[in-house]
Design a protein around this ligand. Structure first.
Ligand SMILES: NC(=O)c1ccc[n+]([C@@H]2O[C@H](COP(=O)([O-])OP(=O)(O)OC[C@H]3O[C@@H](n4cnc5c(N)ncnc54)[C@H](O)[C@@H]3O)[C@@H](O)[C@H]2O)c1
Length: 270
């Protein structure tokens, strides 16, 4: 790996470390030489990908701490532990998020029936929780005079989900991706700009990395309809996300702040 992209000896925090993408970010950072601290809900259990990384790199390189992004005192304790055991983080990947993929057994809400609390829960984690984590770890980066914060957005920060992707799913009411999801991610893009301008003078960069649809266990019809909409003709695979993260985390992007890097195969280009 080019030295420019290296993270040797740097400490990185990744929230939502036990989901699908958490271990992908963690592996990209570990591969570049960083020590990684994963945060996730205290009730979440390590998945196979995270467990494998811990086996490969050892707990001295990849630590897990239970803390919800909505729990300020747990985050403050996590910060205390990270800084005393490893030092002030230089990289923060604000990845924890709530989405609501289609439920194969149907269900869900009509637009006019979506409960206030469902919308609020999504904003609490995806936007307000992300801001809170940035406050808590970013402030230490500001004091140290360096750091890179990467907020994970989504293609739905820019465009609304196309309901035709889901119209083959038997469901009454028809599946709706919660409107709060995209709205909460659009807010992340703006918060990123706010923090980038506030912390730029202190050497802390803040950017959004917005993945497109990532290949997972989606059904075949969804995948076909989705891929037809992507200029590069396919969904993202984990490997597609690693280079962009290493770029934003490292000195390779030393003059990039306040930006949204869309890693979506061109989905939002037309
Ligand atoms: N997978 C995709 O296709 C895709 C596409 C675009 C954007 N994204 C974004 O990438 C991020 C990760 O997505 P994913 O697919 O890994 O999701 P996921 O649901 O697999 O994982 C999310 C993780 O966040 C954790 N989490 C939830 N609430 C939390 C809280 N309050 N505090 C701490 N941790 C919490 C969960 O326990 C889980 O481990 C999300 O922000 C998502 O919106 C994903």
């Amino acid at each position: 790996m080019s030295r420019r992209f290296g993270l040797d000896g740097r400490v990185a925090v990744v929230t939502g470390a036990l989901g699908n993408l958490g271990p992908v970010w963690a592996e990209g950072l570990l591969e570049a030489g960083a020590v990684v601290v994963g945060l996730d809900l205290p009730s979440a259990t390590p998945n196979a990908a995270f467990g494998q990384l811990q086996k490969t790199y050892g707990e001295s390189k990849l630590l897990l701490i239970g803390a919800s992004v909505t729990d300020r005192s747990a985050l403050l304790s996590a910060r205390e532990r990270v800084t005393s055991e490893f030092g002030v983080p230089q990289v923060l990947v604000n990845n924890a998020g709530i989405d609501a993929p289609p439920n194969p057994s149907g269900g869900g809400y009509r637009l006019d029936e979506i409960p206030f609390d469902l919308n609020r829960r999504i904003f609490d984690v995806n936007t307000l929780g992300l801001f809170q984590v940035a406050q808590i770890f970013g402030t230490e980066m500001v004091k140290a005079g360096r750091g890179s914060v990467i907020n994970i957005g989504s293609l739905y920060a820019s465009v609304s989900p196309d309901p035709r992707f889901y119209d083959h799913i038997e469901s009454d009411p028809p599946f709706l991706k919660p409107p709060a999801y995209g709205a909460s991610k659009a807010a992340v893009v703006n918060l990123t700009k706010y923090l980038a301008t506030a912390w730029g003078p202190y050497g802390v960069r803040v950017n959004t990395l917005s993945p497109g649809g990532v290949l997972g266990k989606q059904d075949e019809q969804f995948k076909r309809k989705f891929c037809d909409r992507v200029p590069l003709g396919r969904m993202a695979v984990y490997e597609d996300l690693v280079g962009p993260l290493q770029f934003l985390a490292s000195d390779a992007s030393a003059y990039v702040t306040g930006a949204e890097l869309r890693v979506d195969g061109g989905f939002t280009a037309w």
